[in-house]
Design a protein around this ligand. Structure first.
Ligand code: 13P
Length: 249
């Protein structure tokens, strides 16, 4: 049985002060918080402060990115080793914004996933098609190649979470339809079984893209949806707590 997973991706929002204010408001709003599987991915500069402020809860600390070397002359980069030393448990790898604005290829993403796993960090591996790819009926082809290339030579499926985030649904308020989510998640589940066999059963598949308190009930009711990766709505303590407190929970 896969436990539902609720992940906040704060992207490039919140100063340290704002991050702490968020936690003070958010923690009391979540019903039965320690029975829930929740992770928060603040910016790198807030990681330490957020880590200290969630110490007494079971909320997991997540990073939004990591480099594929542990140390060296790589100005501006942050390594898996450094994240591990700050008690980070999860790292988001391959987010579409990293692919789009920072030219991350499947090959780079694969190197980053391997580097994180080597440091015993768990990975939230993001995949998803663009609008033109969907319109050209290439969704499955894209998901197939992102999964095959991103997960090449990876042997610890239990440390992987996959997030399906259709690029056209991110930050647009345009959530994918229940049918589109169902189809994509079934495709991903089958592909993971092809790659990892029975071990794929433990891999959770999250949906991301304009998740809100208004649509969470219907999204979580879809087969093979094991949680959500939330951007905009996770910045607001009330909205993110409403997402976690949704009806099936
Ligand atoms: P939004 O929830 O703002 O659409 O962002 C989704 C996302 O990119 C999470 O990683």
């Amino acid at each position: 049985m896969r436990r539902n997973f609720y992940v906040a991706n704060w992207k490039m929002y919140k100063t340290v002060k704002e991050a702490i204010e968020f936690l003070n408001a958010f923690i009391p709003l979540v019903k039965d918080i320690n029975a829930k599987d929740i992770a928060i991915a603040p910016s790198f500069v807030c990681i330490d402060a957020v880590g200290r402020n969630i110490k007494n809860t079971k909320i997991k600390l997540c990073a939004q990115n990591a480099f594929y070397e542990n140390q060296g002359a790589y100005t501006g980069e942050i390594s898996p080793l450094m994240l591990k030393a700050l008690d980070v448990e999860y790292v988001i790898i391959g987010h579409s914004e990293r692919r789009r604005y920072f030219n991350e290829t499947d090959e780079i993403i694969n190197k980053k996933i391997k580097a994180c796993l080597k440091e015993n960090l768990k990975v939230i591996f993001c995949i998803g098609e663009t609008l033109s790819e969907r319109e050209n009926n290439e969704t499955e082809k894209i998901l197939n190649s992102q999964l095959e290339n991103g997960l090449k030579e990876i042997e610890i499926p239990e440390s992987i979470v996959v997030a399906y985030e259709p690029v056209w649904a991110i930050g647009t308020g345009k959530v994918a339809s229940d049918e589109q989510i169902k189809e994509a998640h079934l495709f991903v589940r089958k592909k993971l079984e092809e790659i990892f066999g029975e071990k794929a059963q433990t891999i959770r598949i999250l949906y991301g893209g304009s998740v809100s308190p208004e649509n969470i009930d219907s999204i979580m009711a879809i087969e093979n949806v094991d949680g959500v990766l939330v951007g905009g709505a996770s910045l607001d303590p009330l909205k993110f707590s409403k997402i976690i407190n949704h009806k099936q929970n």
